[in-house]
Design a binder for this molecule. Sequence first.
Ligand code: SF4
Ligand code: SF4
Length: 353
Amino acid sequence: MNLTLHLTDNCNMDCSYCIREKCPKDMSEEVLLKACDLAFSKGQKAGLCFFGGEPLLKKDLIYKALDYCDELSKKTGKKFECKMTTNGTLLDEQFIMRAKKAKMGIGLSFDGTAQDVCRIFVGGKPTSAVVEEKAKMLLKHMPDSLALATIAPQAVPYYAESVKYLHDLGFKKISVVIAYGRKVNWTDADLDILRGQLELTAAYVKELFIKKESYFVSPMCVKITDCIRGMNSAERCHLGVRQMPVTPAGKLYPCTSFIGDDDYLLGDVFNGINDAKVIEISKRAATPETCVGCDLVKRCTNSCGCSNRMNTGDENKVSPLQCTYERMLIEVADALGEELYQIDPERFAKMFA
Ligand code: SF4
Ligand code: SF4
């Protein structure tokens, strides 16, 4: 099974849109090893995602988990996969080489040219120069690493140029999400700018496609892929039993935004998962009332209980912001997909089918 390990609640950065409450609470080695055992206890393979706060503050725990999971993998014959989301500031060659050996998928949180608008060190210093240098180091050894950009309203004019900048740095795949939560406030004017920035981004993807270069910009390209493959985004995941978070104390919840809510506690690494509770929570999933009858209901992420909960307080209620964003994203993605198909149907199929 797949688990997301919150190795620490602490972070060396102080991003303006961060939704985590930072406090120096670290996972113990005992919880870590129990979590590894749990990951290997169910399913055909074991997966760990190292997460925080900032997981590289606890590099020692990551090294221990990798060594221990290698042993468990040999003992059980089960495949082990791992990934990590990091702000990148504490990356070094030694860690990257160990991560490479473990075939770790690394997601580098990097907002491109918008980085210093929202992402600063604790104490206020800018982070862009440090993260750019670390991104180059990472890409030198692990060129398939993913850039993860989060665009808040105050950084939205930088959206398209950030997408281009991250490609120029060497990323082949990026994921750009908009910032949600109580610390951000999107106005209609910001959403107008966002629409223009999505169109500029689509134009850049098209420009590269014409030059026979591919650059996978999620979620725009994912909307095209899902449409071609006939996948239903709404069926993807309601609450993340597929990737359960483990808190530093070893508690298990369905998804990050439910951490700390006893009504959603699914067990702990010492006593295992409460299967009856998992079933009860999965039964709470319902199509949001406002989405019933919408033409886009199968192409929209209205079913993400975690983001719904964060935005509206209710796992089955979509925020007006999410609805507006999904509509513009699908419209821009569909127009882009149509253009790319007309340019070169074969390459289009190769990239998206
Ligand atoms: S790097 Fe991540 S955990 Fe740290 S402050 Fe920024 S958003 Fe929060
Ligand atoms: S576009 Fe809006 S109404 Fe339609 S499915 Fe998505 S969130 Fe619901």
